[in-house]
Design a protein around this ligand. Structure first.
Ligand code: NAI
Length: 301
């Protein structure tokens, strides 16, 4: 494959003042993209703010000969999201790529979770994804080109103790990406999801001995590929961490067909649970319509 470059492209990476976002932003810039380095500059739980995180990454990019500007707005409110996209347009004239990466943690077991933990996490990850994507999508739709990468997590995709807020937000981003993928396809817009695993300030206490082995730089090539013109995928979820790259998917199995216009008894459903749950054969629908087609097929429609 020819070299993947981003000459003439403008990228927004949210939460790019450290960790994974820094790794994406510096590589996109190294490959020719002009980059908005957004970061609120707060702590892992989302409190506080400062310019230093974004400034350091912008300086690093400029020192390497790349082009970047900082943006210090929070993505967790509509004005902040608008301001991030406005920075791209004011400084570089457009936006081609959005990596929704900004994030915080407020872990608490569900029984003890307070509203502050719920709202703070949903506002940053899930609503933040909307607040940046909404103005960016309009620009991309008009120009007929765009790339979104939204950041999910195995905590949402598979579940993790103490992270009901975070897991729901991260799964919500999959829903956002799936619909953007469908609505954007005819405008040359692709939307995909990354579920990363990497040692950052967010995870260094959580990963145990694995921490040493999972560098954020190892997640970067997957994300940078998804941001590229060469990217052929839309509506997908990828996992990357510690040198492993893979696909995560939501599929549906063949299931058990009770028959057309038949209302089975509860006992009949119970008797067929093995077939209902059997995943030896499955499909990966690319829209809700695809699942309706499976039902229609069985009904002979
Ligand atoms: P990190 O804490 O180094 O990076 C997150 C960045 O987002 C920070 O620089 C922070 O200042 C910024 N940020 C937080 N709230 C913001 C807001 N409202 N507006 C703008 N910027 C804000 O952590 P890491 O690990 O690099 O996280 C990046 C993303 O990857 C997050 O969405 C995280 O949830 C996700 N993730 C990370 C995993 C990992 O193993 N490191 C695993 C799964 C998901």
């Amino acid at each position: 494959m020819s070299d993947i470059t981003f000459d003439g492209r403008v990228a927004i990476v949210t939460g790019a003042g450290g960790g994974l976002g820094r790794s994406y932003a510096t590589e996109l810039a190294r490959r020719g993209a002009r980059v908005v380095v957004n970061d609120l500059g707060g702590s892992v739980d989302g409190t506080g703010a400062g310019h230093r995180a974004a400034d350091v990454v912008v300086e690093e990019i400029r020192a390497g000969g790349g082009e970047a500007v900082p943006n210090y707005h929070s993505v967790s409110n509509p004005e902040g999201g608008e301001a991030v996209v406005a920075t791209a347009i004011d400084e570089f004239g457009t936006v081609d790529i959005v990596v929704n990466n900004a994030g915080i943690l407020r872990d608490r077991s569900f029984a003890n979770m307070g509203l502050d933990e719920l709202h703070g996490v949903l506002d940053t990850h899930l609503k933040g994804g909307f607040y940046v994507s909404m103005p960016a999508f309009k620009v991309m739709k008009d120009k007929g080109y765009g790339r979104f990468v939204h950041t999910s997590s195995n905590s949402g995709l598979f579940g993790n103790f103490g992270q009901a807020n975070y897991g729901a937000a991260k799964m919500g981003l999959v829903g956002l990406s799936n619909v953007l993928a469908i609505e954007g396809a005819k405008y040359g817009i692709a939307s995909n999801v990354i579920a990363p695993v990497a040692r950052t300030r967010m995870t260094e206490q959580l990963l145990g001995p694995l921490a040493e082995m999972v560098d954020p730089a190892q997640v970067m090539p997957m994300v940078v590929y998804l941001c590229s013109e060469q990217n052929q995928f839309n509506h997908e979820i990828f996992t990357a961490g510690g040198g492993r790259y893979g696909r995560i998917f939501i599929g549906t199995n063949e299931g058990w067909f009770a028959g057309s216009r038949v209302v089975p008894t509860v006992e009949e459903v119970a008797a067929n649970l093995e077939t209902i749950r059997d995943v030896s054969s499955y499909e990966i629908p690319s829209s809700s319509n695809d699942e309706l087609m499976i039902i229609a097929r069985l009904l002979g429609g």
